[in-house]
Ligand binder design. Structure first.
Ligand code: CP
Ligand code: NVA
Length: 300
């Protein structure tokens, strides 16, 4: 039976632990010459721009012995009216797995329901589960463990925030989301995590939220596909920025995270992202290792 990874909760707590452990081994070079996916083809169907997700998957797929086939969604017959369902059925005959980045989460759910191969979410408007895997690996590396870690997310309650909420449920991290009213994370995802015992809360004031944080995390105010809201959001979010003042309210040894790309001067200042406390480039690197571990797990 094929297994998809559309949202963080598609994995169990023990799978997440095994996967991050394996990613740490891969980073350390263990079995670096093994090619467990030799002869396989993995599609990368992208409807939106990407630097990290696309390139880290392509490089990782090659390192595992498989080939990655990048597919610009606009160049498929999808754009001329072929259905998602038929596209999923056809691509399942050629590929061994597929990574999809698209807009509506329902699109990837529909694709996965009709595909015979594992489908991996490379970001939708609702979830960014591959990012959350790299995030928890990074926190584990820098802080030694996840349970009880106080993670404070500052900014838009978007796809990245939603996946961090699911990650906090499975890892025991204590997550505070600080966002303006009307920009909270997905209500269903938040409510579900809370009802299952996740230590998640929302604090509107970013300075109060940052108090005692082990990790300060932010993401862009305007996600891909929301460009028409740009001017309005820049006003609403002007206090939701990681800067030196906010950082001074966190623990002295707190780390700064950002999934990138950053809009320097908006959600994060140069001083904060370039400070000694910032781990954003280790975090970006860990996309490669966690996704390789994910592919090994889904395709074994
Ligand atoms: N963090 C992330 O997903 O980056 P890209 O949009 O560059 O893939
Ligand atoms: N929330 C951002 C994440 C980019 C990696 C977006 O969806 O554009």
């Amino acid at each position: 039976m094929k297994k998809d990874y559309l949202a963080f909760l598609d994995l169990s707590a023990s799978e997440v632990e095994a996967l991050t452990g394996r990613a740490i081994e891969l980073k350390a070079g263990k079995n670096s010459s093994a090619c467990p996916l030799i002869g396989k083809s993995i599609g990368l169907l992208f409807d939106k721009a990407s630097t990290r997700t696309r390139i880290s998957f392509q490089a990782g797929i090659y390192q595992l012995g498989a080939q990655g086939i990048y597919i610009n969604a606009n160049e498929l017959q999808l754009g001329r009216g072929e259905t998602i369902e038929d596209t999923a059925r056809v691509l399942s005959r050629y590929l061994h797995a597929i990574v999809i980045r698209t807009f509506a989460h329902e699109t990837i759910v529909k694709f996965a329901a009709n595909a015979k191969i594992p489908v991996i979410n490379g970001l939708t408007d609702l979830h960014h589960p591959c990012q959350a895997l790299a995030d928890i690996m990074t926190i584990k590396e820098k802080k030694g463990s996840l349970r009880g870690i106080r993670l404070v997310y500052i900014g838009d309650g978007n796809n990245v925030a939603n996946s961090l909420i699911e990650a906090s449920l499975l890892t025991g991290m204590d997550l505070t989301v600080s966002c303006p009213e009307g920009y909270e994370p997905d209500r269903k995802i938040f409510g579900h995590a809370l009802s299952q015992g996740a230590k998640v809360k929302i604090i509107k004031n970013p300075f109060d939220a940052a108090k005692g944080a082990d990790v300060l995390y932010t993401d862009v105010w305007v996600s891909m596909g929301q460009e028409e809201e740009s001017e309005k959001k820049k006003k609403v979010f002007s206090d939701y920025r990681i800067n030196e003042k906010l950082l001074s309210n966190a623990k002295p040894e707190a780390i700064v995270m950002h999934c990138l790309p950053a809009h320097r001067g908006e959600e994060i200042t140069d001083e904060a992202i370039d400070s000694g406390q910032s781990v954003v480039f280790d975090q970006a690197e860990n996309r490669l290792h966690t996704q390789k571990a994910l592919l090994e797990m889904l395709l074994k």
